[in-house]
Design a binder for this molecule. Structure first.
Ligand SMILES: Nc1ncnc2c1ncn2[C@@H]1O[C@H](COP(=O)(O)OP(=O)(O)OP(=O)(O)O)[C@@H](O)[C@H]1O
Length: 342
């Protein structure tokens, strides 16, 4: 990748890391996975290369997702990973960009500091942090500065964030650790119980993306998948239907819809009325699960739409927020926040 001489926004997601460069758009999009040699603690692979190793490593190597549960579960590894990606994006350049990082909701002060430190070490002149729902809203094209209530439902890998935003801040919000990963786990549990077959994380995700559904489809569709027969211990191919995935996903999906409901219940009436007019906007990869928008509409009575680029939305919003950084430039050097809570 050519050296970049521009400020950048980074979506530090639990499933993937996206880098948005000002004036260029998304310049890097890789899974947030690293492969480490357990003995030497050395990074053997990062990103896509490491993802291919998930579930396939010998004893001394581990392929891991340091942000898996929506918080930075291993922040030393996260710090190194972030540094790797920033350096990859900046390239061999003496230019020091300003970097704005969108971190998963629920990160602690220590973790925030680790992110700022990693970014500074990787060459940032100044680092800012932004809350995920705010970045998602900006990315979805919402003018968050208006005194108007907007609801964003961001369904990522590790967390689902539901927030009501008005005047640039979050008025009501809730974050749960139920999102795409939990859906994959629910599929694994269901297939094990129903078919006596153990499938891997990647197969479960494939089933979810290709035939998964949150709302009954007009026509049932099926897919072949390979796993290990738990009785014989041998590989086995089974056919799974979308109807089965609907059943498998019932618990996580109910959790997500209930959270939307709970946030709406706590929303002040004026803002609730605005949301009734403007509708709910869904972002994050999980928003692409078939029929989830329809289900939320059915359960809340509020028109629900999927943002144009749901997966890139947070990164785009983070990048766009760079335009406002100058307005806030009277802050502590090296650390700043947009969206109120950091
Ligand atoms: N077509 C699809 N249907 C269903 N789920 C999908 C689809 N495409 C992606 N996903 C899921 O979206 C999730 C990743 O979303 P995204 O890239 O927005 O997460 P993230 O920003 O890295 O995570 P987080 O917001 O928790 O930090 C994964 O669980 C993935 O399986």
């Amino acid at each position: 990748m050519a050296a970049l001489k521009t400020d950048m926004g980074i979506d530090l997601g639990t499933a993937s890391i996206l880098v948005y460069a000002k004036g260029k758009g998304i310049v890097l999009n890789e899974p947030s996975v690293v492969a480490i040699d357990q003995n030497t603690k050395q990074f053997l692979a990062v990103g896509e290369e490491a993802r291919k190793m998930l579930g396939r490593t010998p004893g001394n190597i581990i392929a891991m997702r340091p942000l898996r549960d929506g918080v930075i579960s291993d922040y030393e590894v996260t710090e190194k990973m972030l540094k790797y990606f920033i350096q990859k994006a900046i390239g061999k350049s003496f230019f020091k960009p300003r970097i704005i990082v969108c971190v998963p909701s629920g990160v602690t002060e220590v973790e925030k500091r680790a992110v700022v430190e990693a970014s500074t070490q990787a060459g940032a002149k100044k680092t800012y942090l932004i809350e995920e729902p705010i970045a998602a809203a900006i990315g979805a094209g919402i003018d968050i500065t208006q005194p108007n209530g907007n609801m964003v439902v961001d369904i990522g890998g590790g967390t689902t964030d539901v927030a009501v935003i008005s005047l640039g801040g979050m008025v009501v919000s809730r974050s749960i650790k139920v999102a795409g990963d939990e859906c994959d786990d629910a599929i694994i549990r269901y297939i094990r119980k129903k078919h006596n077959v153990m499938i891997g994380e990647r197969s479960a995700e494939e089933l979810k993306m290709k035939i998964g559904t949150a709302y009954k489809r007009d026509k049932d569709i099926t897919m072949e998948i390979r796993g290990r027969n738990l009785v014989t211990g041998l590989p086995k191919t089974i056919i799974v239907s979308s109807e089965e995935i609907l059943e498998a996903l019932e618990e996580p999906i109910t959790n997500i819809v209930d959270t939307v409901h709970a946030v709406l219940e706590r929303t002040p009436p004026e803002l609730a009325a605005d949301i009734g007019n403007t509708g709910i906007v869904m972002t994050g990869g999980g928003a692409l699960l078939y029929g989830l928008d329809k289900l939320i509409f059915e359960r809340t009575g509020i028109p629900t739409r999927i943002a144009d680029d749901p997966i890139e939305c947070v990164a785009i919003g983070t990048g766009k927020a760079l335009d406002w950084v100058d307005v806030l430039d009277n802050s502590i050097v090296g650390e700043e926040s947009i969206g109120g809570r950091y």
